[in-house]
Design a protein around this ligand. Structure first.
Ligand SMILES: [Zn+2]
Length: 510
């Protein structure tokens, strides 16, 4: 049956679009959003219709809903074995990680339908695709930013509390994407900016890429200096004005920067693994306002689809460099420092001395007029505490719980079977300072002021040793080292920061 249907689809793709049904959203006369179950059923139909599509279940959400990836490829090897192919980037698209930002889940279904119909066939000549239309199906059905147990999976990439985050992390290891595209929407209505100050934000499409200074140097330079500007240019030329993401503007008096530097979000977490990682925030129109469809959903889906298509075309055109730089970074991470082995533990934004003020548009509520406003520009990156990447990290507290957490991240480690004498960098926390909050809603962080001294130490049987000479090594160091702005101990369930000797430390000679 599948062969026959495949043949039909093949013919259809050459001549007409007969047997591929429209998506549930396209079919809905009221332009109502389909449930997660209806989307799943539609993806199964596409799988059935096309030999180039394969639907794979990644796991279940907290609310028991399946999370699935529709693989699209011209290659049977990829569809069955998932392995990256020479010169052909694997691109993973994640839709609606925030369930109340639904347009990208719909756009991914449209993209999949078009590909099944044989449109954009040049893309499948150049790319293998992993389409996760609904990264958060609970959020889809509950119209919520969170999953069914109220986790915000979007900032869970260090703690890995939510099952959804864990299964997306597993998917990064299963499919080894060279490019990860995480699609969001940004509401133009803000509590302080709009309700108290009378302005709406005015952005159609904004993009950022992995920006943490510890990302592999060559990969980061390529994405910062070439790929991001090229993407903005292409999306704008295609008719959707696109700009760099400046962070959320919630107050007319605030400063602006870029998308956050932290590795708690997927963008930097994936980029630290040596992947090109792209965030899009498309415009989520205001509830008031009159549109041709409910809350302008048809237009919003169109913008998401346009953004995805332009991104895919750019990656297809850049296939050689994308695969070379991302795979090289995964095999052999080198930081931007001269010797390639430096990690910056403290990272944050500061005033951009070359461009201290930027002008951004806002729309005045009372008359709908668009006007430019000046914002203090804090998009320069300050990287402090350069630390040479140690050969390993030793873990001497709650080893079983830590082992479980390391496994979730796919970090390789050794459990010592007998005591071992090693040279360590002893870390003593002398003082804890509370970092000023970047803005309301952003969690408070502690900065550990640490004294270090090399010394000989004996690890006990049962202690853990995490070598950094592994693809996850630099990321592991940023999460394990208490000096890091994104250490595990900034997470509420891992509240280990206290004055005195720290139980996790660099090991110089393991
Ligand atoms: Zn979002």
């Amino acid at each position: 049956m599948k062969v026959l249907l495949s043949l039909l689809v093949f013919c259809a793709s050459l001549a007409w679009a007969g047997p591929v049904p429209p998506s549930p959203f396209e079919k809905s006369a009221q332009q109502a959003l389909p449930s997660s179950q209806e989307i799943g059923a539609y993806l199964a139909v596409l799988d059935e219709l096309s030999p180039r599509a394969r639907l794979v279940e990644l796991g279940k959400s907290a609310g028991g809903r399946p999370i699935e990836a529709l693989l699209m490829s011209n290659s049977d090897d990829f569809l069955t074995g998932f392995a990256p192919q020479q010169g052909k980037p694997t691109v993973m698209l994640l839709g609606s990680q925030h369930g109340n930002e639904p347009s990208s889940a719909e756009a991914i279904q449209l993209l999949a339908r078009q590909l099944v119909m044989g449109e954009h066939h040049e893309l499948l000549d150049k790319l293998n695709l992993v389409l996760v239309a609904m990264a958060n199906p609970d959020g889809r059905d509950l119209s919520s930013r969170y999953n069914a147990t109220m986790d915000n999976t979007n900032i869970d990439y260090v703690a890995l509390n939510a099952g959804e985050t864990r299964l997306l992390v597993d998917a990064l290891h299963t499919f080894q994407p060279d490019v990860v595209y995480d699609a969001h929407e940004s509401g133009i209505w803000k509590r302080i900016l709009t309700k108290e100050q009378g302005y709406l934000t005015d952005v159609d499409a904004q993009f950022d890429m992995g920006n943490n200074p510890n990302i592999d140097g060559e990969l980061r330079t390529y994405t910062e200096q070439y790929l991001l500007p090229a993407l903005l240019e292409r999306v704008s030329t295609a008719g959707l004005p696109a700009v760099r993401y400046r962070g959320e503007i919630t107050d007319i008096k605030q400063s602006v920067a870029r998308g956050g530097l932290g590795i708690t979000n997927l963008r930097n977490y994936a980029a630290m693994q040596g992947r090109i990682s792209i965030l899009v925030e498309n415009r989520l129109d205001n509830k008031q306002g009159s549109y041709d469809s409910p809350r302008n959903i048809v237009e919003r889906v169109r913008k998401q689809l346009l953004s995805m298509e332009q991104m895919l075309r750019l990656i297809a055109d850049e296939a050689d460099r994308v695969t070379r730089l991302s795979r090289q970074a995964r095999q052999r991470w080198r930081s931007a420092a001269d010797d390639g082995q430096i990690l910056w533990m403290g990272v944050g934004f500061e005033v951009n001395k070359h461009e201290p003020v930027v002008s951004l548009p806002l729309v005045r509520m009372e008359d709908g007029k668009r006007k430019m406003h000046s914002f203090s520009n804090h998009d320069a990156i300050a990287a402090e505490e350069p630390v040479k990447l140690a050969a390993a990290y030793g873990i001497t507290r709650e080893q079983a719980r830590m082992a479980d957490w390391l496994r979730r991240h796919h970090i390789t480690f050794e459990v010592l079977e007998a005591p071992r004498r090693v040279t360590i960098e002893r870390l003593v926390i002398e003082r804890l300072a509370v970092q000023p909050k970047a803005r309301p809603g952003v969690r408070e962080k502690l900065q550990a002021v640490v004294r270090t001294s090399p010394q000989s130490a004996e690890l006990k049987a049962g202690d853990l040793l995490v070598p950094t000479d592994q693809p996850m090594g630099p990321l592991a160091a940023l999460m394990l080292d208490p000096r890091s702005a994104n250490s595990l101990y900034q997470e509420s369930e891992w509240n280990w920061l206290a004055e005195g000797e720290f139980p996790v430390f660099p090991v110089i000679t393991p």
